[in-house]
Design a protein around this ligand. Structure first.
Ligand code: TRP
Length: 446
């Protein structure tokens, strides 16, 4: 796309909401509580918060800056700031987008199915065990969840073909605050359940002894996943930023918003898990079993349940379009396909790749890969390996190829001084490459 014709964000708040729309999604509400549960509660939370500040926010600034400098997609932007050979990082990002969306859509599809189950009353006023049965019946069926996965992918593809029009932007401006209010209500209901306090303390009390390299890798993967980092989604959003925009300021807003929603989701799920006597480490199904049971213990629970899963689906769609958009933009630019063809073919391929993830909850549940069901493996590989590697290369490119001084002068084109420029540059150039490499290698191989 010619630079002078390139669209730009209309307003600062429009950009922040769009980037927050990409960041906030299943990663906050489904994945965060799942990973907290699998990683021992308070130990994870502390490591996660440290990583979001020391790695997440600085890398978000880095991606936005490369994008604004490059004014194009991930491949083109890396080529522009670092030379043609670095376009290869873009391929890594495209692969990550492909894989993440394939299982993301399967999970989002469960959420869409739940909308209908609340509408028909199938999920009304149930206890945790009964909800568990409904969930297992849904996900172990070989056909039905694939149908919902297809519905979710079709919505995502449709929006990416039509372009992200005003309607969606307006709708999310209105709906995201409603989601926030609903989450606060749910958190209050959850922490006041009988026996919930045990969960609250499990969630908040840092257990230093439990911190190990796997927890650190999971926290890193979760930070990348939740902030939409490591594969060019945030970079692409940065490419639409006007020069006057203050990048570090925006990054801090988006990050804090994102962390807040995730921590809040933890306050809903974890206390409920303890109150209902469930197992916190039970993985991806966790929220689909605890949440309806929390609604079941509330007045007007069916109404709130319905509302919640509608909002969750919308939050998931706004994230999914940013995943598909990275893949589609690549096909359009590199293979010269038109937008419709690129969206349909990429979307179809992603749908097909999602099928084994869906089946891994039922007929294929005995086929483990590195001890994990296919869905968990795809998630682990894409988030903890591909995204973190994407982040590592981003730091190396800025620190050693493009140079932090050039990045800082791009950031300061807004006219504001970047107050933390020196510590940021030091982190990106010296600390980040070493720390990320150590975490990745240790977490994966030892
Ligand atoms: N961050 C989104 C979520 O939390 C998911 C997502 C959207 C994503 N775009 C991404 C994850 C890019 C990694 C990379 O639900």
């Amino acid at each position: 796309m010619a630079n002078k014709d390139r669209e730009q964000w209309g307003s600062r708040i429009g950009f922040i909401l769009a980037a927050a729309g990409s960041a906030i999604g299943l990663g906050n509400i489904w994945r965060f509580p799942t990973v907290v549960g699998q990683s021992g509660g308070g130990a994870f939370l502390l490591v996660y918060l440290i990583i979001t500040f020391l790695v997440g926010i600085p890398l978000m600034i880095a991606e936005l800056t490369i994008g604004r400098r490059g004014q194009t997609n991930i491949v083109g932007s890396f080529k522009k700031v670092a030379g043609d050979n670095w376009g290869i990082i873009g391929a890594l990002g495209v692969a990550a987008g492909f894989i993440i969306l394939s299982f993301y859509s399967v999970i989002a599809g469960w959420g869409v199915a739940y909308i209908f189950k609340f509408l028909t009353g199938e999920l009304a006023n149930l206890g945790a065990e009964e909800v568990g049965n409904v969930f297992n019946e849904l996900t172990s069926n070989p056909i039905v969840p694939i149908f919902w996965h297809g519905i979710f992918m079709s919505m995502t593809i449709g929006i990416v073909i039509l372009g992200i029009d005003k309607g969606i932007e307006k709708a999310s401006k209105l709906l995201m605050p409603i989601l926030l209010v609903l989450l606060v209500l749910l958190a209050i209901r959850s922490v006041t359940l009988d026996g919930a306090m045990e969960g609250v303390s499990w969630y908040l009390r840092p257990n230093f002894a439990a911190i190990d390299r796997h927890i650190i890798l999971s926290a890193l993967g979760q930070a990348f996943f939740s902030f939409s980092l490591g594969m060019g989604a945030i970079l692409t959003y940065g490419s639409y930023l006007p020069k006057k925009e203050n990048i570090p300021g925006s990054a801090v807003y988006i990050a804090i918003f994102d962390i807040f929603i995730a921590v809040l989701a933890g306050f809903i799920i974890i206390p409920a898990v303890f109150a209902f006597g469930l197992e916190p480490g039970s993985g991806p199904p966790l929220i689909f079993i605890t949440l309806p049971a929390v609604f079941g213990a509330m007045p007007a629970g069916t109404f709130f349940g319905l509302l919640f899963f509608v909002l969750l689906t919308i939050a998931a769609v706004t994230s999914a379009i940013s995943l598909l958009e990275v893949v589609v933009a690549y096909f359009i630019d590199e293979l010269k396909w038109d937008r419709k063809k690129a969206s349909l073919l990429a979307g179809l391929a992603i749908f097909i790749l999602g099928i084994p993830s869906s089946l891994s909850m039922g007929v294929m549940s005995d086929n483990l890969i590195f001890g994990m069901p296919f869905l968990d493996f795809m998630d682990y590989f894409a988030s903890n390996v591909l995204l973190t590697l994407g982040g590592l290369f981003t730091a190396i490119v800025i620190g050693w190829v493009w140079k932090t001084s050039n990045a800082i002068s791009e950031i300061e084109k807004s006219g504001d001084k970047f107050l933390l420029a020196t510590p940021w540059a030091f982190l990106i150039k010296w600390i980040m490459p070493v720390v990320l490499l150590v975490i990745i290698v240790n977490g994966l191989f030892f």
